[in-house]
Design a protein. Structure first.
Length: 374
């Protein structure tokens, strides 16, 4: 990272001394921004993807030359490859989230048998998904957990904080049917690269219309407090779990499904709260992309962590981390299937090789707050 910055600053000084064609300077600027954003993303300090950053540079500089557009395409391909590599690195087997023993309420909400009974229906559905390899989005384990959640809860509405290319919107729509309202929030607008809901029942807040979940006027968007209390909020926005709980309580939401349940390297997740920490007095706190205006990255002491856990569990009705369909890491966490041979019995599901993240799972949780918490 440091060497990249040194390289960039030296090259910029050199470009000022030598007359360089405009398209080359803009192309170089795009690649530099792309590399810088990738490094920041990898370190967890940036919320803008490589392709989004380089596209913005060209837009702001009035790009439009054919050769520049070809350069954008090349950088986007490299950006996608980087996102896949980054996710695979962060989802390495040694980073499997441990068992959430500090939040025992509702850990038995669904039995393995109940979840497994719905796998054949999901497998048939998943074979027809519009985005076959959702690089930068969710994989089959998380897709099944989200579909099952929506299918079982039958919420009156859904809020989707983090849309990307629309893969999760498609999963939700299949589970909910055509009449349930979905409100989809994302700072980018790239659903055209994947799937945009044609039903007319999904309201998109994208790009210029985007507001963070914490900034939305939910009493105007979903006026009925009973409906809000029975609305499922899907957080796939890399924002700290404790901040999102505060946002939910403030707006009157009780139900959340949380995608970014990292144990290492991500925002402060529910698993970071609910699992015994490796180092009790050295607990990393990262507010994430949606929390950077409200909190700072820090190291929590054991007392600070205990306070967060107590504050959360006092409001908690149930906490359930979904098992993976199949666990190639043999992590010791629950999985529905025990072997690749069992997995092959469900032809609609991808093989381990064909799944975008090789069936790695962050064991995304379903969180339900007490009625009196809101």
């Amino acid at each position: 990272f440091g060497s990249s910055l040194m390289f960039g600053s030296s090259a910029i000084r050199a470009s000022k001394q030598v007359k360089t064609p405009t398209w080359i300077r803009y192309a170089f600027m795009s690649i530099l921004v792309c590399a810088l954003s990738a490094a920041l993303l990898h370190a967890g300090f940036a919320s803008e993807s490589c392709s989004a950053a380089e596209g913005r540079v060209f837009t702001e500089r009035g790009g439009g030359i054919g050769l520049m557009e070809e350069g954008i395409g090349l950088v986007q391909q490299r950006a996608t490859a980087h996102r896949v590599a980054e996710q695979l690195d962060r989802w390495a087997c040694e980073d499997t989230p441990p068992t959430p023993t500090l939040c025992p309420q509702g850990n038995d909400r669904f039995s393995k048998e109940e979840i497994l009974a719905h796998l054949p229906e999901f497998a048939e559905l998943y074979a027809n998904r519009p985005i076959k390899k959702n690089a930068g989005g969710g994989n089959v384990n998380h897709a099944f957990a989200l579909w099952f959640t929506a299918k079982m809860l039958k919420p009156q509405a859904v809020v989707e904080s983090g849309v990307y290319k629309g893969g999760s919107t498609w999963i939700l729509r299949q589970a909910l049917g055509p009449n349930v309202s979905i409100f989809s929030l994302d700072p980018l607008d790239i659903v055209g690269q994947g799937w945009k809901d044609p039903s007319g029942k999904t309201t998109y807040f994208l790009k210029a219309d985007f507001m963070d979940f914490s900034e939305m006027n939910w009493t105007a968007t979903i006026p009925d407090p009973v409906v809000r209390a029975n609305t499922l909020v899907v957080f796939d926005d890399h924002t700290a779990s404790d901040l999102r709980v505060e946002d939910m309580v403030h707006a009157g939401f009780r139900l959340a499904w949380y995608d970014d349940n990292y144990y290492h390297g991500g925002c402060y997740s529910f698993n970071n709260m609910c699992a015994v920490p490796e180092k009790p007095n050295q607990i990393p706190y990262n507010p994430g992309w949606g929390g950077e205006k409200r909190a700072r990255s820090s190291i929590l002491t054991a007392a600070e962590q205990e306070k967060k856990v107590e504050h959360f569990t006092q409001r908690l009705q149930s906490y359930f981390e979904f098992p993976s369909i199949f666990d190639p890491c043999n992590s010791g966490r629950p999985s529905l299937l025990s072997s690749a041979a069992e997995l092959a019995k469900y032809p609609g599901l991808p093989s381990v090789k064909d799944d975008v993240y090789g069936y790695k799972s962050l064991f995304p949780p379903l969180v339900e707050l007490k009625a009196d918490a809101i």
